[in-house]
Design a protein around this ligand. Structure first.
Ligand SMILES: Nc1ncnc2c1ncn2[C@@H]1O[C@H](COP(=O)(O)OP(=O)(O)OP(=O)(O)O)[C@@H](O)[C@H]1O
Ligand SMILES: [Mg+2]
Length: 518
């Protein structure tokens, strides 16, 4: 069938070309008759061969670039139709460990679309250009050709090819090697280097998933639902005129799984991760450049936002207004000709807000922004108000529900005689999942992870933590009491001094009055 599809258009074209050539060689035939014969040849071709063909070649006009449509067709055919093909070829995907299977050259594949039948085949031809190539196969031009009945012309152009482009892009995204990007320090940006040099990247291979994430199951389910709703809401965001993005604030004590949650989200959504180090950015312009260079289907992360952003402008002004002695002294110390210090970060709150509000994220859709912090209360309310950070997620200390997930992950157990004691202790102690997990890892001498040993060890650690917490609390209370007592004493002494002063003034006044009477 594939061979027939391949030769059918050729046959029609050959007949038409023969007629046309014959007319051309008959020089004595007048022009009008030649034109008539050419038209006739085209009509005969159409009559004999009612099929049209569209060729999608690999190379774009710009050199060394593959046509996006070609890549999409390749991906689409390998995913949707390749099962019908008998000859496939396998290659190691670019920048990836995945093996990618596609339709082999000269192999035909059929596809159905809205009642139309389409025949695809892949092929290649030698480049006619006189170029010496250094790599084997470089002078070959690969192409895909689709053949269909001419009555489906409009359907194929208006619906089928756009459909293939969309589907192919989805498959390409699914098959790509996801990456973890980090921003380079400004001095490594170069106009001569590739566009992406503002970010460096490595393959993203974090194993965390929502199954391995220890947290309250209801909270976890709500987050998964939220992410799924976001992913499916392209049309909704377009309808309400909002950039297709969502902001999450993850807050909680160290070791409660904020970074792990980000990895789980990226794995769940199949997104890249851009880890933005604000302290390496000099100003808002650089921030903008970095954001523009991010791609869709990505999570942009700013970890420990309270530490990395001084929320400059506003806070400095506030400090000065309050007569901040340090900053005044610094200003005075500066010599008039001293150049401005250039290396401190000048990313401002408003620069960041601009981005979050959609100005910069509007250059591409499907992005998630995540801030993490250990101190939510330290953040400027403007930064985390709903609408900017749409969802605030608290990552809390390990309670029994979270512990059960860790026990399943680390020890492969869902129940144990020591669970009830651990449950009680976890309610009475604030221990992070990171610390609990650490105690579930030790191996026995037989190089095995023994649940009895690990859980008994965890109980000991929890008891110790409980005692430490109680001792710390008692100490705190004692210190508070001492401070209170000192305050009360100081107050008493102050009042006594005040009374003494008053008595003295009265005595002096009385003395003055007596002298006056005399
Ligand atoms: N909720 C959790 N579920 C599963 N593992 C966790 C969880 N919390 C912590 N861990 C384990 O502890 C380690 C540290 O956790 P993680 O880096 O996610 O904490 P964090 O909240 O980001 O801490 P920090 O505030 O210090 O950045 C992880 O590698 C993971 O193995
Ligand atoms: Mg972290």
């Amino acid at each position: 069938m594939a061979a027939m599809v391949e030769w059918l258009p050729w046959f029609g074209s050959a007949v038409a070309s023969a007629i046309f050539l014959w007319s051309m060689v008959q020089n004595h035939v007048p022009d009008t008759l030649r034109l008539y014969l050419a038209t006739l040849a085209a009509k005969i071709t159409a009559y004999i061969n009612p099929y049209l063909e569209i060729t999608i070649s690999e190379n774009r006009a710009e050199r060394f670039q593959r046509s996006e449509l070609f890549i999409a067709v390749e991906a689409y055919l390998s995913d949707a139709c390749a099962r019908g093909a008998r000859r496939l070829k396998a290659e190691l995907g670019k920048d990836s460990k995945n093996i990618q299977v596609s339709v082999d050259d000269h192999e035909g594949v059929t596809d159905d679309f809205s009642g139309a039948k389409l025949w695809w085949y892949a092929s290649k031809q030698q480049s006619k250009a006189n170029v010496i190539s250094f790599y084997p196969g470089e002078d070959e031009r690969r192409f895909y050709r689709v053949v269909f009945h001419k009555r489906h012309h409009d359907l194929v152009i208006d619906s089928y090819l756009p459909f293939i482009l969309g589907e192919g892009r989805n498959v390409t995204v699914k098959n790509r090697q996801r990456c973890l990007f980090t921003n380079n320090a400004n001095n490594s940006w170069s106009p001569y280097r590739a566009k992406k040099s503002v970010w460096s990247h490595i393959p993203f291979e974090h194993p965390a998933t929502f199954d391995t994430l220890a947290m309250d199951p209801k909270q976890k389910e709500a987050i998964i639902d939220d992410l799924m709703a976001f992913q499916k809401s392209k049309e909704y965001y377009a309808k309400v005129g909002k950039a297709w993005k969502r902001g999450y604030l993850l807050y909680g004590p160290p070791g409660t799984g904020k970074s792990t949650m980000i990895a789980a989200m990226a794995n769940f959504l199949d997104y890249d991760v851009y880890d933005l180090e604000l302290t390496a950015i000099k100003n808002n312009t650089e921030l903008r450049k970095l954001f523009i260079e991010t791609t869709g289907k990505s999570i942009i992360v700013i970890e420990d936002i309270d530490c990395s952003l001084d929320l400059t402008g506003k806070r400095r002004k506030e400090k000065k207004a309050a007569g901040d002695k340090d900053s005044d002294d610094n200003d005075k110390a500066k010599l008039p000709m001293e150049p401005e210090k250039d290396d401190e970060t000048k990313v401002t709150l408003s620069g960041l807000l601009n981005f979050i509000d959609g100005l910069w994220s509007a250059c591409g859709g499907e992005r998630i922004i995540i801030f993490t912090t250990n101190h939510k209360e330290k953040l400027d309310p403007a930064l985390i108000r709903r609408g900017r950070m749409d969802k605030h997620i608290e990552m809390s200390y390990c309670r029994f529900e979270s512990f059960k997930v860790l026990a399943k992950n680390y020890l492969d157990i869902v129940g144990h005689g020591l669970f009830s004691e651990i449950q009680k202790l976890l309610e009475e102690t604030n221990m992070s999942p990171a610390d609990v997990a650490e105690n579930l890892m030790p191996m026995s001498k037989k190089k095995k992870r023994d649940p009895d040993v690990c859980l008994a060890g965890l109980i000991e650690v929890l008891k110790q933590a409980k005692e430490d917490a109680a001792a710390a609390k008692a100490k705190e209370e004692e210190e508070a009491k001492e401070a209170e007592a000192k305050n009360a004493k100081d107050k008493k002494e102050g009042e006594a001094k005040k009374d003494e002063g008053k008595d003295k003034i009265m005595e002096e006044a009385n003395g003055d009055l007596k002298q006056g009477d005399e």
